[in-house]
Design a protein around this ligand. Sequence first.
Ligand SMILES: [Zn+2]
Length: 85
Amino acid sequence: MEKVCQSCGLPLNERILGNENNGTFSQEYCYLCYRNGKFILPNLTIDEMKQQISKIVNQSPGNKFQKWLTKQVLCLQLKTLKRWK
Ligand SMILES: [Zn+2]
């Protein structure tokens, strides 16, 4: 299964990994959510995260329907992620 960020649900690859305090890469979170061993926005709610995801998806390529679908999938997936359990 593809690895996803356990905070925002975006697919994780080496280029977007967050980092720990000691400089190693996080294997669970992306750099948009997590840097230097902590969440960038520690008080973010799941609804605010959904809004952030919408913004990211809207800026990505694809037609209206593809974007809508991506948002539905990502928002459903959010509830299954470690950060929101
Ligand atoms: Zn993330």
